[in-house]
Design a binder for this molecule. Structure first.
Ligand code: IPM
Ligand code: MN
Length: 355
Protein backbone atom coordinates (compact mmCIF):
# COMPACT_ATOMS: atom_id res chain seq x y z
CA UNK A 1 0.00 0.00 0.00
CA UNK A 2 1.21 3.50 -0.82
CA UNK A 3 2.47 5.59 2.09
CA UNK A 4 0.70 8.92 2.40
CA UNK A 5 2.82 12.06 2.57
CA UNK A 6 0.94 15.27 3.35
CA UNK A 7 2.70 18.29 1.84
CA UNK A 8 2.01 21.71 3.34
CA UNK A 9 3.80 24.40 1.32
CA UNK A 10 2.53 27.30 3.51
CA UNK A 11 3.58 30.86 2.65
CA UNK A 12 6.37 32.75 0.89
CA UNK A 13 9.08 30.48 -0.48
CA UNK A 14 7.24 27.47 0.99
CA UNK A 15 5.84 26.39 -2.34
CA UNK A 16 9.19 26.53 -4.17
CA UNK A 17 11.14 24.64 -1.52
CA UNK A 18 8.53 21.92 -0.97
CA UNK A 19 8.32 21.42 -4.76
CA UNK A 20 12.07 20.81 -4.72
CA UNK A 21 11.92 18.36 -1.85
CA UNK A 22 9.05 16.43 -3.43
CA UNK A 23 10.98 16.16 -6.71
CA UNK A 24 13.91 14.69 -4.77
CA UNK A 25 11.59 12.34 -2.86
CA UNK A 26 10.13 11.08 -6.14
CA UNK A 27 13.60 10.32 -7.48
CA UNK A 28 14.58 8.47 -4.32
CA UNK A 29 11.29 6.56 -4.23
CA UNK A 30 11.92 5.43 -7.79
CA UNK A 31 15.48 4.39 -7.00
CA UNK A 32 14.45 2.32 -3.94
CA UNK A 33 11.05 1.17 -5.31
CA UNK A 34 8.99 2.90 -2.63
CA UNK A 35 5.33 3.61 -3.17
CA UNK A 36 4.49 7.15 -1.98
CA UNK A 37 1.49 9.36 -2.64
CA UNK A 38 1.33 13.10 -1.99
CA UNK A 39 -1.62 15.08 -0.69
CA UNK A 40 -1.32 18.90 -0.69
CA UNK A 41 -2.92 20.99 2.06
CA UNK A 42 -3.10 24.68 3.00
CA UNK A 43 -1.81 26.32 6.18
CA UNK A 44 -0.54 29.69 7.38
CA UNK A 45 -1.34 33.06 5.88
CA UNK A 46 -2.35 31.44 2.61
CA UNK A 47 -5.00 29.41 4.43
CA UNK A 48 -6.09 32.51 6.37
CA UNK A 49 -6.66 34.37 3.08
CA UNK A 50 -8.66 31.47 1.62
CA UNK A 51 -10.59 30.20 4.64
CA UNK A 52 -10.19 32.82 7.39
CA UNK A 53 -8.15 30.46 9.61
CA UNK A 54 -4.43 29.59 9.57
CA UNK A 55 -5.01 25.88 10.19
CA UNK A 56 -8.14 24.49 8.51
CA UNK A 57 -9.70 21.41 10.12
CA UNK A 58 -9.24 19.56 6.83
CA UNK A 59 -5.45 20.10 6.96
CA UNK A 60 -5.16 18.84 10.54
CA UNK A 61 -7.33 15.80 9.75
CA UNK A 62 -5.29 14.87 6.68
CA UNK A 63 -2.14 15.09 8.82
CA UNK A 64 -3.58 12.76 11.46
CA UNK A 65 -3.65 9.90 8.97
CA UNK A 66 -0.37 10.76 7.23
CA UNK A 67 2.71 8.53 7.26
CA UNK A 68 4.77 11.71 7.22
CA UNK A 69 4.26 15.45 6.77
CA UNK A 70 6.49 17.77 4.77
CA UNK A 71 6.11 21.41 5.77
CA UNK A 72 7.51 24.49 4.03
CA UNK A 73 7.24 27.72 6.03
CA UNK A 74 4.57 30.14 7.25
CA UNK A 75 4.33 33.84 7.95
CA UNK A 76 5.03 37.18 6.29
CA UNK A 77 4.61 40.94 6.84
CA UNK A 78 1.31 40.74 4.99
CA UNK A 79 -0.30 39.16 8.06
CA UNK A 80 1.50 41.24 10.73
CA UNK A 81 -1.71 42.94 11.80
CA UNK A 82 -3.90 39.86 11.94
CA UNK A 83 -5.23 39.20 15.46
CA UNK A 84 -2.84 36.98 17.50
CA UNK A 85 -5.09 33.88 17.51
CA UNK A 86 -5.23 33.86 13.69
CA UNK A 87 -1.59 34.64 12.87
CA UNK A 88 0.09 32.31 10.34
CA UNK A 89 2.45 31.01 13.08
CA UNK A 90 -0.64 29.54 14.76
CA UNK A 91 -0.70 26.97 11.95
CA UNK A 92 2.58 25.37 12.94
CA UNK A 93 1.84 25.72 16.66
CA UNK A 94 -1.60 24.15 16.08
CA UNK A 95 -0.09 21.27 14.11
CA UNK A 96 2.47 20.63 16.85
CA UNK A 97 -0.20 20.60 19.54
CA UNK A 98 -2.94 18.89 17.47
CA UNK A 99 -0.62 16.08 16.38
CA UNK A 100 1.29 15.79 19.67
CA UNK A 101 4.65 16.53 18.02
CA UNK A 102 6.50 16.63 21.31
CA UNK A 103 10.09 16.46 20.14
CA UNK A 104 11.92 18.68 17.72
CA UNK A 105 15.24 17.34 16.44
CA UNK A 106 17.56 19.91 14.90
CA UNK A 107 20.84 18.41 13.76
CA UNK A 108 23.77 20.72 13.04
CA UNK A 109 26.54 19.08 11.10
CA UNK A 110 28.88 21.28 9.12
CA UNK A 111 29.98 19.86 5.77
CA UNK A 112 33.68 20.50 5.09
CA UNK A 113 32.71 22.38 1.92
CA UNK A 114 30.75 24.85 4.04
CA UNK A 115 33.10 25.70 6.93
CA UNK A 116 34.11 28.89 5.08
CA UNK A 117 30.56 30.27 5.48
CA UNK A 118 30.56 30.07 9.24
CA UNK A 119 30.84 33.32 11.18
CA UNK A 120 33.18 31.35 13.49
CA UNK A 121 36.82 30.53 12.79
CA UNK A 122 37.15 27.36 10.66
CA UNK A 123 39.16 25.54 13.36
CA UNK A 124 36.25 26.00 15.80
CA UNK A 125 33.64 24.79 13.34
CA UNK A 126 35.50 21.74 12.16
CA UNK A 127 33.95 18.58 13.55
CA UNK A 128 30.75 20.18 14.79
CA UNK A 129 28.13 17.43 14.86
CA UNK A 130 25.36 18.06 17.36
CA UNK A 131 21.63 17.68 17.62
CA UNK A 132 19.25 19.84 19.58
CA UNK A 133 16.35 17.94 21.12
CA UNK A 134 13.77 20.61 21.87
CA UNK A 135 10.53 19.99 23.78
CA UNK A 136 7.86 21.24 21.40
CA UNK A 137 4.36 21.13 22.88
CA UNK A 138 4.81 22.54 26.36
CA UNK A 139 6.48 25.31 28.31
CA UNK A 140 5.79 29.00 27.90
CA UNK A 141 4.63 28.56 24.29
CA UNK A 142 1.49 26.77 25.38
CA UNK A 143 0.93 28.08 28.91
CA UNK A 144 -1.87 30.42 29.83
CA UNK A 145 -1.35 33.94 28.57
CA UNK A 146 -2.85 37.39 28.82
CA UNK A 147 -2.43 39.88 25.98
CA UNK A 148 -3.36 42.89 28.07
CA UNK A 149 -4.75 43.71 31.50
CA UNK A 150 -4.63 46.54 34.00
CA UNK A 151 -2.42 45.95 37.02
CA UNK A 152 -1.56 48.60 39.64
CA UNK A 153 -2.63 51.27 37.21
CA UNK A 154 -0.48 50.06 34.31
CA UNK A 155 -1.14 47.85 31.33
CA UNK A 156 0.65 44.52 31.44
CA UNK A 157 0.77 41.18 29.62
CA UNK A 158 1.98 37.78 30.77
CA UNK A 159 2.82 34.24 29.61
CA UNK A 160 2.95 31.31 31.98
CA UNK A 161 5.69 28.68 31.83
CA UNK A 162 4.87 25.24 33.20
CA UNK A 163 6.31 21.75 32.78
CA UNK A 164 5.06 18.50 34.26
CA UNK A 165 7.23 15.53 35.20
CA UNK A 166 5.77 13.24 32.45
CA UNK A 167 6.39 15.93 29.81
CA UNK A 168 10.03 16.21 30.84
CA UNK A 169 10.47 12.44 31.13
CA UNK A 170 9.17 11.86 27.60
CA UNK A 171 11.50 14.35 25.93
CA UNK A 172 14.44 13.34 28.13
CA UNK A 173 14.06 9.67 27.14
CA UNK A 174 14.12 10.62 23.48
CA UNK A 175 17.30 12.64 24.04
CA UNK A 176 19.00 9.75 25.83
CA UNK A 177 17.91 7.30 23.11
CA UNK A 178 19.33 9.70 20.52
CA UNK A 179 22.62 9.99 22.41
CA UNK A 180 22.92 6.20 22.65
CA UNK A 181 23.12 6.06 18.86
CA UNK A 182 25.66 8.89 18.78
CA UNK A 183 28.59 9.82 21.05
CA UNK A 184 26.68 9.17 24.28
CA UNK A 185 26.60 12.64 25.86
CA UNK A 186 23.45 14.58 26.77
CA UNK A 187 23.77 18.22 27.83
CA UNK A 188 20.55 19.30 29.51
CA UNK A 189 20.04 23.06 29.29
CA UNK A 190 17.98 25.05 31.77
CA UNK A 191 17.93 28.14 33.99
CA UNK A 192 17.72 26.25 37.28
CA UNK A 193 19.43 29.06 39.19
CA UNK A 194 16.31 31.20 38.66
CA UNK A 195 13.29 29.25 37.38
CA UNK A 196 11.16 26.68 39.25
CA UNK A 197 10.28 24.91 35.98
CA UNK A 198 14.00 24.51 35.34
CA UNK A 199 14.59 22.98 38.76
CA UNK A 200 11.85 20.40 38.12
CA UNK A 201 13.35 19.85 34.66
CA UNK A 202 16.83 19.26 36.10
CA UNK A 203 15.80 16.77 38.78
CA UNK A 204 13.52 14.87 36.37
CA UNK A 205 16.28 14.58 33.76
CA UNK A 206 18.64 13.30 36.49
CA UNK A 207 16.10 10.56 37.32
CA UNK A 208 15.71 9.54 33.67
CA UNK A 209 19.50 9.49 33.30
CA UNK A 210 19.60 6.52 35.73
CA UNK A 211 17.85 4.42 33.05
CA UNK A 212 20.76 5.14 30.71
CA UNK A 213 24.02 4.35 32.54
CA UNK A 214 25.87 4.27 29.20
CA UNK A 215 25.04 7.92 28.50
CA UNK A 216 26.81 10.79 30.27
CA UNK A 217 24.62 13.64 31.53
CA UNK A 218 25.87 17.21 31.83
CA UNK A 219 23.84 20.21 33.00
CA UNK A 220 24.40 23.71 31.69
CA UNK A 221 22.61 27.01 32.18
CA UNK A 222 21.11 28.46 29.05
CA UNK A 223 23.17 31.66 29.12
CA UNK A 224 26.39 29.68 29.40
CA UNK A 225 25.21 27.36 26.61
CA UNK A 226 24.67 30.32 24.31
CA UNK A 227 28.27 31.34 24.99
CA UNK A 228 29.69 27.81 24.68
CA UNK A 229 28.02 27.39 21.27
CA UNK A 230 30.01 30.38 20.09
CA UNK A 231 33.36 29.52 21.68
CA UNK A 232 33.52 25.69 21.52
CA UNK A 233 30.58 24.24 19.58
CA UNK A 234 32.30 20.91 18.87
CA UNK A 235 31.96 19.92 22.58
CA UNK A 236 28.23 19.16 22.15
CA UNK A 237 26.63 15.87 21.17
CA UNK A 238 22.94 16.02 22.20
CA UNK A 239 21.52 19.24 23.64
CA UNK A 240 18.26 18.60 25.53
CA UNK A 241 16.13 21.61 26.36
CA UNK A 242 12.66 23.13 26.67
CA UNK A 243 10.55 24.87 24.09
CA UNK A 244 11.68 28.50 24.42
CA UNK A 245 15.38 27.88 25.08
CA UNK A 246 15.38 25.34 22.23
CA UNK A 247 13.90 27.88 19.84
CA UNK A 248 16.60 30.42 20.61
CA UNK A 249 19.58 28.06 20.80
CA UNK A 250 18.66 26.28 17.58
CA UNK A 251 18.86 29.49 15.54
CA UNK A 252 22.25 30.18 17.09
CA UNK A 253 23.45 26.63 16.44
CA UNK A 254 22.10 26.69 12.89
CA UNK A 255 24.17 29.69 11.90
CA UNK A 256 27.37 27.94 13.01
CA UNK A 257 27.00 26.07 9.73
CA UNK A 258 26.98 29.35 7.83
CA UNK A 259 23.48 29.36 6.41
CA UNK A 260 20.17 28.75 8.06
CA UNK A 261 18.98 27.74 4.57
CA UNK A 262 20.73 24.38 4.90
CA UNK A 263 19.23 23.21 8.19
CA UNK A 264 16.52 20.53 8.43
CA UNK A 265 14.35 19.52 11.35
CA UNK A 266 12.05 16.74 12.43
CA UNK A 267 9.13 17.18 14.82
CA UNK A 268 8.39 13.76 16.22
CA UNK A 269 5.02 12.63 17.53
CA UNK A 270 3.63 9.34 18.75
CA UNK A 271 1.32 8.92 15.71
CA UNK A 272 2.94 10.90 12.94
CA UNK A 273 5.84 13.30 12.46
CA UNK A 274 6.45 16.54 10.59
CA UNK A 275 9.57 17.67 8.74
CA UNK A 276 10.47 21.26 7.93
CA UNK A 277 13.48 23.46 7.31
CA UNK A 278 14.25 25.66 10.29
CA UNK A 279 14.23 28.90 8.27
CA UNK A 280 11.19 31.08 7.66
CA UNK A 281 9.10 31.96 4.62
CA UNK A 282 11.46 34.70 3.26
CA UNK A 283 8.71 36.84 1.69
CA UNK A 284 11.35 39.15 0.16
CA UNK A 285 12.50 36.47 -2.28
CA UNK A 286 9.25 34.48 -2.64
CA UNK A 287 8.27 33.60 -6.19
CA UNK A 288 11.69 34.48 -7.62
CA UNK A 289 12.85 30.88 -7.85
CA UNK A 290 16.13 31.60 -6.05
CA UNK A 291 15.47 30.18 -2.57
CA UNK A 292 17.85 27.58 -1.15
CA UNK A 293 15.94 24.27 -1.15
CA UNK A 294 18.58 22.27 0.75
CA UNK A 295 17.08 22.62 4.26
CA UNK A 296 13.80 21.22 2.96
CA UNK A 297 15.49 18.48 0.93
CA UNK A 298 17.43 17.40 4.05
CA UNK A 299 14.16 17.50 6.02
CA UNK A 300 12.75 15.04 3.47
CA UNK A 301 15.76 12.81 4.19
CA UNK A 302 14.79 12.86 7.88
CA UNK A 303 11.24 11.89 6.87
CA UNK A 304 12.59 8.79 5.13
CA UNK A 305 14.74 7.99 8.19
CA UNK A 306 12.29 8.49 11.06
CA UNK A 307 8.81 8.05 9.58
CA UNK A 308 9.32 5.60 6.73
CA UNK A 309 12.27 3.77 8.37
CA UNK A 310 14.09 3.90 5.02
CA UNK A 311 17.62 4.63 6.20
CA UNK A 312 19.19 3.93 2.80
CA UNK A 313 16.92 6.43 1.09
CA UNK A 314 17.74 9.03 3.76
CA UNK A 315 21.46 8.50 3.34
CA UNK A 316 21.12 8.64 -0.47
CA UNK A 317 19.61 12.13 -0.20
CA UNK A 318 22.19 13.36 2.32
CA UNK A 319 25.07 12.07 0.20
CA UNK A 320 23.57 13.59 -2.95
CA UNK A 321 23.39 17.00 -1.23
CA UNK A 322 27.06 16.69 -0.18
CA UNK A 323 28.03 15.69 -3.70
CA UNK A 324 26.18 18.58 -5.33
CA UNK A 325 27.88 20.98 -2.89
CA UNK A 326 31.27 19.43 -3.61
CA UNK A 327 30.60 19.90 -7.33
CA UNK A 328 30.42 23.61 -6.52
CA UNK A 329 26.67 24.18 -6.81
CA UNK A 330 25.41 27.01 -4.57
CA UNK A 331 22.20 29.03 -4.40
CA UNK A 332 22.52 32.84 -4.19
CA UNK A 333 22.69 32.88 -0.36
CA UNK A 334 25.98 30.93 -0.48
CA UNK A 335 27.41 31.72 -3.88
CA UNK A 336 30.68 33.56 -4.47
CA UNK A 337 33.13 33.90 -7.38
CA UNK A 338 34.53 30.54 -8.45
CA UNK A 339 31.40 28.55 -7.59
CA UNK A 340 28.48 27.48 -9.79
CA UNK A 341 25.44 29.65 -9.23
CA UNK A 342 22.17 27.75 -9.03
CA UNK A 343 18.57 28.89 -8.83
CA UNK A 344 16.15 26.70 -6.86
CA UNK A 345 15.42 24.36 -9.79
CA UNK A 346 19.07 24.01 -10.81
CA UNK A 347 20.12 23.18 -7.25
CA UNK A 348 17.31 20.62 -7.01
CA UNK A 349 18.31 19.03 -10.31
CA UNK A 350 21.97 18.92 -9.21
CA UNK A 351 20.91 16.92 -6.13
CA UNK A 352 18.60 14.65 -8.18
CA UNK A 353 21.42 13.94 -10.64
CA UNK A 354 23.54 12.68 -7.73
CA UNK A 355 20.96 10.13 -6.58
C1 IPM B 1 10.58 27.59 14.88
C2 IPM B 1 9.85 28.89 14.66
C3 IPM B 1 8.51 28.80 15.36
C4 IPM B 1 8.80 28.64 16.83
C5 IPM B 1 7.56 29.98 15.08
C6 IPM B 1 7.30 30.17 13.62
C7 IPM B 1 6.27 29.85 15.85
O1 IPM B 1 10.61 29.95 15.08
O2 IPM B 1 10.08 26.55 14.43
O3 IPM B 1 11.65 27.61 15.49
O4 IPM B 1 9.00 29.64 17.54
O5 IPM B 1 8.81 27.51 17.29
MN1 MN C 1 12.59 29.43 15.81
Amino acid sequence: MAKKIVVIPGDGIGEEITNSAVAVMKRVAERFSLDLEYEYKDAGGTAYDKFGVPLPEDTLNACKSADGILFGAVGGDKWDNVEPALRPEKAILGLRKGLGLYANLRPVKVADSLTEYSPLKPELVKGVDLVIVRELVGGIYFGEKCESEQHNGAERAWDLENYSVPEVQRIARLAFETAKLRRGVVTSVDKANVLATSRLWRRTVAQVAKEYPEVELKNLYVDNTAMQLAVRPAQFDVILTGNLFGDILSDEAAVIGGSIGMMPSASIGELTSLYEPIHGSAPDIAGKGIANPVGTILSAAMLFRYSLKEEQAAVAIEQAVDKALNQGWRTADLWHEGLKKADTDTMTQAVIDCI
